[in-house]
Design a protein around this ligand. Structure first.
Ligand code: MRU
Length: 349
């Protein structure tokens, strides 16, 4: 059973419990989030992270935002829900699952606004729990759809963390690997460390080790050499937002990996639930890319490694063009050589 990255404790007056991911792999610690501000902060500082997990956290955040509500009318309830959702929407811009989950919570709120406050809040909690339960099922479905793509007896490469820690179950890209392993395939996973916050080294390497899957940690800059010399036959990554033509935003460095994969003739697979697609965007150029604190680059984990005052550019994500993607693995099926028509056919067909 995967570690519960996020769960809810108690009734509508309860709290969210998350794995404090900033402490991994040194310490596996669970922390309780009892206010909406604590949820916002946990998302912002990556205590909870990964697109689907951020969505679940935001849904629970809305429940916490309504905890102290004194709404005496549907209009006041609407205003409280709007305030909570707008606030959570300001935590991180790229992963569309955040906005997707908030939209579901807004729709749920609109349907129950006339109920007594306590019942309406309980309904919001049920909706958030449903989002979590659905994510669990979706991770399993992604694993089923993607496992046949894992080359038996060879190596694969992944970037960032798209595992259990990024979802409510055992991941997206890593779900494919976990399922392939369950089905008896043997393979090695090369894990990009994923500068600057090391989600690959701290989280993916840890998850694969826990699962007993052979894994080799590499510096991001070793990916080209490894693809050329180490029998890498497929790349699997997650995504934070996919435009309707299949362009996919994921952790910074993913685009470089896709270029290297293309140069070496290695299929590059993106694994993501339908909730990661943003069909309002024609292509990846309009995906908002989060820029983070320069100190993540100049003084990562507290030790200064660059001169004071140096100019820094620290985008947290980049966009891989759909032309670099062999297939997108979704819970609804495989979108091979993705373009707008194929995305639509699998997601809406
Ligand atoms: O900044 P993070 O750690 O939230 O970024 C996470 C990623 O980019 C993941 O690869 C992506 O969310 C896919 S997670 C299933």
């Amino acid at each position: 059973m995967p570690i519960p990255t996020i769960e809810w404790i108690g009734d509508a007056d309860g709290r969210a419990r998350i794995v404090e991911q900033t402490l991994l792999p040194g310490e596996l610690k669970f922390v309780d989030l009892a206010t909406i501000e604590e949820v916002w902060d946990a998302i912002k500082r990556l205590a909870i992270r990964g697109a689907p997990a951020i969505g679940v956290a935001a849904a629970f955040g809305v429940v916490l935002g309504l905890k102290g509500s004194r709404a005496a009318s549907p209009a006041q309830f609407d205003a409280d829900v709007r305030r909570a959702a707008d606030y959570l929407a300001s935590s991180r811009p790229t992963a569309v699952n955040l906005f997707w989950a908030l939209e579901r919570m807004r729709r749920c709120a609109a349907a129950v606004r006339a109920l007594p406050l306590r019942e309406a809040r309980q309904a919001l909690l049920e909706e958030a729990r449903t989002i979590l339960a659905e994510d669990r099922r979706i991770c399993r479905a992604l694993g089923e759809v993607g496992a046949p793509l894992v080359p038996d007896g060879h190596s694969v490469l992944t970037h960032c963390n798209a595992g259990g820690l990024a979802t409510a179950d055992y991941g997206t890209a890593l779900a494919v690997l976990f399922r392939a392993r369950e089905l008896g395939r043997t393979f090695r996973v090369f894990v990009d460390e994923t500068r600057p916050l090391l989600q690959g080294a701290r989280l993916t390497a840890w998850e694969l080790q826990q699962a007993g899957i052979p894994a080799t940690l590499i510096c991001d800059s070793a990916a080209g050499l490894v693809m050329r010399d180490r029998d890498v036959r497929a790349i699997f990554v997650g995504a934070d937002r996919i435009a309707r033509n299949g362009d996919a935003a994921n952790k910074i460095g993913t685009y470089s990996v896709s270029v290297l994969a293309r140069a070496h003739g290695i299929p590059f697979y993106v694994v993501a639930p339908a909730s990661t697609f943003d069909l309002s965007l024609a292509d990846g150029s309009a995906i908002p890319i989060e820029e983070r604190d320069p100190r993540e680059v100049t003084a990562g984990f507290g030790r200064r490694t660059a001169p004071e005052g140096i100019d820094v550019f620290n985008p947290a994500f980049d966009v891989t063009p759909s032309s670099h993607i062999a297939a997108i693995v979704t819970e609804k099926g495989l979108i091979e050589q993705p373009d707008a028509a194929r995305v639509r056919a699998v997601l809406l067909g």
